[in-house]
Design a protein around this ligand. Structure first.
Ligand SMILES: [Zn+2]
Length: 464
């Protein structure tokens, strides 16, 4: 018997293989970090395994991949609800994040990773790490916790946001040279480390926060290092005005001028592209991360996801952050993604349950550049697998488990999480993080942070 072998049996397996096979009463045999066999439970009986997981009444599927999220925002969950975007940034989010200590950064990252594992996320793209959050501490946590993650260091050289200049909170401002120097330091230390689970990326600030020269430099460095870059683009309509007024072009025209189009780029949100630009995104294989909860909560608008899928734009899914979502639950995100486009298109057939599951698995793997390793359950791929318990009132009966998962499910039904062949959660119990201690620390850190930042949060109703 191979040590570190796991046999998952009696499950309802969504393989996400090229034929999208579903295996009823299916089994998966894992040796080390790889899937070595998959098929009917009956035919995998010959395998002896160190650990046997009974997946009766459970969906077995690839781990979910969140391609746009902020680790630092778990700690400030619920700190900017029902406010305008400018207030959201200027009065709350930037002020709080601009007062973070490295210890806050670590507590928030671990709180966030615990929630992601609890709700079935195995890989993530953290889009913007400020030096004050402590890159090294976050990377060490990621290594120890066992998830797969891309950590993007913020790069910026201006203090604007879209067409508002000099708007950024002082504590959030960073120096371009220092940003680039930190990547030079962190890249050799962490990229490809932890058995390839950790990647180091460039996290470009939004329009108004980066000059064209710096955009071009980062585009060059990204390709030189064979890594990736990400930025918020077209989240607000002001982005469109900004590129028109300053560069006389549209969003993709601006991106092309600065070498930002291509499979190395993940544009988060991507709401305000004109119809004609979608073809350019498809042709250049530029990734769009759809963030439906954040976009509805902040009234940013609706990304043209049905058209993007039709044209073959690489689309993935992201939870964004604690003040904009306010969860890191990808199953709830899938539900919203499958719901919100139907009334806009006046067509219940657009963005199906299958579409959103593809976005949250294979689409995420394409965005992260890990689609040859994860995103589907196939022999030879890495064992990033989740089990979802369907034996629950809100999921019964699950006549079509695929649509039940999307339309009735939530991350709270996730039962088991395996990354790189190692269990990070079993029977809904996290194995690499102490949840009680993390929650206690988070409660005390947010009290200190609010006080230090002089930000006051309270319900609109009188509290007695
Ligand atoms: Zn974001």
């Amino acid at each position: 018997m191979c040590p570190d072998s796991i046999l998952i049996k009696n499950g309802y397996i969504l393989t996400l293989n090229p034929q999208r096979h579903i295996i009823q009463d299916g089994a998966i045999h894992i040796e080390g970090n790889k899937i070595v066999d998959i098929g009917k439970t009956e035919s995998l009986k010959r395998h002896k395994a160190e650990t046997i997981i009974d997946a009766t009444n459970k969906i077995v599927m690839p781990g979910l991949i969140d391609t746009h999220m902020h680790l630092a925002q778990a700690l400030i969950r619920g700190c900017a609800d029902d406010v305008s975007l400018v207030d959201w940034l200027k009065k709350y989010v930037w002020v709080l994040q601009g007062n973070f200590t490295k210890e806050d950064g670590k507590v928030s990252a671990e709180l966030c990773m615990a929630e992601m594992i609890r709700t079935g996320t195995t890989s993530f793209i953290e889009c913007m790490i400020h030096t004050r959050y402590g890159f090294d501490g976050i990377a060490k946590s990621l290594e120890r916790v066992g998830m797969r993650g891309a950590l993007s260091k913020i790069v910026m050289d201006s203090t604007g946001y879209a067409d508002s200049s000099e708007i950024m909170y002082p504590g959030m401002v960073e120096d371009a040279e220092a940003c680039l120097a930190e990547v030079e330091q962190m890249y050799p230390r962490w990229h490809g480390k932890a058995n390839g689970r950790i990647q180091v990326w460039y996290g470009l600030r939004s329009l108004g926060g980066v000059t064209p020269e710096l955009f071009r430099e980062v585009a060059h460095l990204t390709r030189e290092k064979k890594t990736k870059m990400t930025m918020h683009l077209g989240e607000v309509v002001d982005d469109v005005r900004f590129v028109k007024d300053n560069y006389g072009t549209n969003l993709t025209g601006f991106a092309r001028q600065n070498n930002l189009l291509g499979p190395e780029m993940i544009f988060a949100h991507g709401i305000h592209f004109e119809d004609a630009e979608l073809k350019i995104l498809a042709e250049t294989r530029s990734n769009i991360c759809h963030c439906p909860a954040s976009n509805t909560k902040l009234a940013s608008g609706f990304a043209k996801i049905p058209q993007m899928l039709e044209l073959g734009v690489p689309v993935s899914l992201g939870c964004d952050g604690g003040p904009s979502n306010n969860t890191y639950d990808m199953i709830r995100e899938m539900r919203l993604a499958a719901l919100i486009h139907k009334p806009i298109a006046k067509d219940p057939l657009v963005v199906s349950a299958e579409d959103v599951i593809e976005m949250a698995t294979l689409g995420g793997a394409v965005a992260m550049g890990t689609d040859d390793k994860v995103g589907s359950l196939e022999v030879g791929k890495l064992a990033d697998i989740i089990l979802i318990d369907m034996h629950e009132l809100g999921l019964t009966p699950a006549v079509n488990p695929v649509s039940s998962l999307v339309y009735s499910g939530s991350g709270q039904s996730v039962d088991t999480v395996i990354v790189d062949g190692k269990a990070l959660m079993s029977d809904k119990q996290l194995l690499t993080l102490d949840v009680e201690s993390i929650m206690t620390k988070a409660r005390s850190h947010i009290v200190d942070l609010l006080e230090r930042s002089e930000v006051d949060i309270h319900p609109k109703w009188p509290v007695l």
